[in-house]
Ligand binder design. Sequence first.
Ligand code: TGC
Ligand code: FAD
Length: 383
Amino acid sequence: MDYYQIEQLLTPEQLLVRDSISEFVKSEVSPVIDQYAQDHKEIPDLMKKLGRIGALGPFIPEQYGGAGLDQIAYGLIMQELEYGDSAIRSAASVQSSLVMYPIYSFGSEDQKQKFLPGLAKGELIGAFGLTEPNHGSNPAGMETKLIKDGDGYRLNGAKMWITNAPICDIAVVWARDEEKKIRGVIVERAFQGFSTPETLNKWSLRVSKTGELVFDQVYIPKENILPEVNSMRGPLSCLNSARYGISWGAIGAAVDCYQTALKYAKERQQFGKPIASFQLQQKKMAEMVTEITKAQLLSLRLGQLKNEDQATPAQISMAKRNNVNMALQVAREARQILGAMGIVGDYPIMRHMMNLESVITYEGTHDIHLLITGNDITGISAF
Ligand code: TGC
Ligand code: FAD
């Protein structure tokens, strides 16, 4: 879907990355995703497969196991993965932006050497714990506590709605210390008192595991504290990276819905004509192409700004909000074009639509991103 010849603005390396991820999705994800989603099961060895194709930490330097790619290549990877399923993109974006990014940006050299190569290969699975039962949109209210104990610390509290919690080997967790500062902690699976109960019965992101991170007097050695961060700036800057990736990812889901609807509309006959010949159906599809194209341009420009280290958090919020909402609207319209066929798993639309209900909520809700824009343009916080 390249109505404005955006491909011409991409480098040969970016195109190569995009096409190789697309090939992986079309061979390894699309043929099986519906069954795994219906069964509420993960794709076996997904993280290792993502590691092999370079989708984990693509912007992390090669010396730590990353691919050293630029931000537009990262965005294109997210786009192609979410064409397959939002849960596949989620797996890659949590690992890359929410686990590898903070270890790379705020970690010690020892922490980088110890964790990044395994995370890049998908041999270690990471989770990111910010949201708590009582603090979702307002993470600064967090109650999880990190208290000094001898040479190390004790961690107490709970995080909720955490992607990959039940299967994680490590979790980057945000907690408040005795001086009320926000600290980042790397919690390892083997630590005593650490448990990760699964959140069951989801209608969304059914190939992804979601759960809690529970800390009951967990002893944290001082080597597992991220040394270079002590404020909300830490977790919020991880969100910048993930939200940027989601802005691209949502385009992938929208394109899959649009292409499915276009093909169906050309084939399906009613009143002796293909339904694509009716103006009402053409309006839906013409608007989809317009909105997808606008979203592509927004993410591409944001990627250029990110490559120059110029993208502001508010610009990222605008792109995440716009593009996810766009994808959800495209999914809803596309489903209608398929009539009753739109509700079954033979087509990907309903699955994308249900996934996007999570995507429009996590990484900052649709409302919160609007308020971030409002704050940016007026200078007045309405939170
Ligand atoms: P505020 O007082 O405005 O700022 C506190 C400090 O943080 C700085 N800051 C940022 N820094 C980097 N990036 C950003 N985006 C930043 N936003 C703010 C700010 O400059 C300040 O720095 P300093 O040095 O002056 O102290 O912060 P606030 O506490 O009022 O929060 C504002 C608000 C509402 C925007 C923020 O809390 C927010 O974004 N809430 C939404 C929560 C959210 O997005 N949670 C996501 C959880 S992770 C997740 O959902 C993963 S889904 C994974 C998957 O893909 O499966
Ligand atoms: P709330 O904050 O309770 O918001 C409820 C409603 O109130 C929303 O509509 C919201 O927009 C609105 N609202 C809140 N405050 C305001 C305001 N000031 N003005 C106007 N309206 C407001 N978190 C992690 O830390 N790590 C993860 O890996 C992770 N993965 C997730 C995976 C899934 C599948 C889901 C669904 C969530 C995940 N989350 C994760 C949590 C996610 O970030 C939160 O759900 C999200 O930030 C919203 O928090 P909440 O659900 O508590 O909603």
